[in-house]
Design a protein around this ligand. Structure first.
Ligand SMILES: NC(=O)c1ccc[n+]([C@@H]2O[C@H](COP(=O)([O-])OP(=O)(O)OC[C@H]3O[C@@H](n4cnc5c(N)ncnc54)[C@H](OP(=O)(O)O)[C@@H]3O)[C@@H](O)[C@H]2O)c1
Length: 265
C-alpha cells in the first residue's frame, strides 16, 4: 500500500470484536493488508491467537485480544492495559443469538440480543474513547464502525424460512435498527472530537455451513438481490477499510449497505 494512499492504516491499530467469525476474519485480513495492526477479539483466546498467527504467517501484523464484550471488567482490563499502536478504529462486529419468531422467541432472547449488539457497543466506545481521541490528536482521524444488517433496515420475509426456530428473529433486526440510530447519535456527539461513527449493513453472506447444507435457501437469497447472488466473505473487506481509514474522512453518521442491492427494491 502506497504510504500516501488514503486507505493506508500503517502505524495504527484496529480492534475488531468478533474477529474470529465468518465476516470478522475477512475484516481483519483486509485491514491488516491496508497496514493496520489488527487486534483480534472474540471470547475464545485460542481461536483469536490462531487467527492472529495466520495473519502473521501471511506477512501481516496482528495480535490476540480475547475478551467478552459483555463483561465490564474484561473490557476495562483490556483498555487499561492497551499498549498497541494508536487505535484508529473500533469495529463493533461481534454478535451472538439464535433464531425465532414473535410467536416463539423468549423475552430473554430479546434482552440478550440488545445487550450484545447495542449495550456492548456503548461499553466498548466508552472504554475506547480516550484512545481514539489520542489518535485524532496524532493523525487527525479516528473512527468507529458498528455492524448493523439489512435486517435492521427491512424485514426478513418469513416465507424464506422453513421453521420458526430457523427464522431470522424479530429481536435481531430490532437490535440492529437500534444500533443504526445509536450510530447517528454517536456521530453527532463525537463529531466535535473528530471521531467519525458509521454503521455498515451487510446483506446476505450465508456462512460456509449454510452454503454447504442449504443450497436451495442460498439460491432463494441470491435471487432476492439485484446482483443475483449472495456475498462472498472477502467482499466485506473493502467497505470496512473505507470506513476505517482516512479515505472516508468526511463520512460520519452514515449507514453503508454492502448487500448486493437487497434493500434497493
Ligand atoms: N453473515 C451475514 O450474513 C450477516 C448479515 C448481516 C449482518 N451481519 C452481521 O455481521 C457481523 C458478523 O457476522 P458473522 O456472520 O461473521 O457472525 P459470526 O460468524 O457468528 O461471528 C460472531 C463473532 O462474534 C464473537 N462473539 C460473540 N459473542 C461475543 C462476546 N460476548 N464477546 C466477544 N466476541 C463475541 C464470536 O466469537 P466467540 O463465540 O468465540 O466469542 C465470533 O467471532 C454480526 O454483527 C452480524 O450480525 C452478518
Amino acid at each position: 500500500m502506497n504510504a500516501t494512499s488514503p486507505f493506508d492504516l500503517s502505524g495504527r491499530s484496529v480492534l475488531v470484536t468478533g474477529a474470529t467469525g465468518y465476516l470478522g476474519q475477512e475484516m481483519a485480513r483486509a485491514l491488516a493488508r491496508s497496514g493496520a495492526h489488527v487486534l483480534v477479539n472474540g471470547r475464545d483466546k485460542a481461536r483469536c491467537a490462531a487467527l492472529a498467527d495466520t495473519l502473521k504467517a501471511e506477512g501481516l501484523t496482528a495480535q490476540e485480544a480475547a475478551f467478552d464484550i459483555r463483561d465490564d471488567d474484561e473490557v476495562d482490563t483490556f483498555f487499561t492495559n492497551f499498549d498497541a499502536s494508536p487505535l484508529a478504529c473500533l469495529i463493533n462486529n461481534a454478535y451472538a443469538g439464535g433464531g425465532g419468531t414473535i410467536q416463539t422467541a423468549s423475552l430473554d432472547a430479546f434482552r440478550t440480543s440488545y445487550d450484545v449488539a447495542v449495550v456492548s457497543a456503548q461499553r466498548l466506545i466508552m472504554a475506547a474513547l480516550p484512545h481514539l481521541k489520542a489518535t485524532v490528536a496524532k493523525f487527525g482521524d479516528a473512527s468507529i464502525i458498528n455492524l448493523a444488517s439489512m435486517y435492521g433496515l427491512v424485514s426478513p420475509d418469513p416465507r424464506n424460512y422453513a421453521t420458526p426456530e430457523g427464522t431470522n428473529p424479530p429481536f435481531y433486526g430490532a437490535a440492529k435498527a437500534a444500533l443504526v440510530q445509536y450510530t447517528r447519535y454517536a456521530a453527532c456527539e463525537l463529531g466535535g472530537d473528530g471521531i467519525r461513527v458509521n454503521a455498515l449493513a451487510p446483506g446476505p453472506f450465508p456462512q460456509t455451513n449454510v452454503q454447504r447444507d442449504a443450497p436451495e435457501f442460498v439460491a432463494q437469497l441470491a435471487q432476492k438481490t439485484p446482483l443475483g447472488r449472495v456475498g462472498k466473505a472477502h467482499e466485506i473487506g473493502g467497505p470496512v477499510v473505507f470506513l476505517a481509514s482516512p479515505a472516508s474522512s468526511f463520512v460520519t453518521g452514515s449507514t453503508l449497505r454492502a448487500d448486493g442491492g437487497w434493500t434497493a427494491w
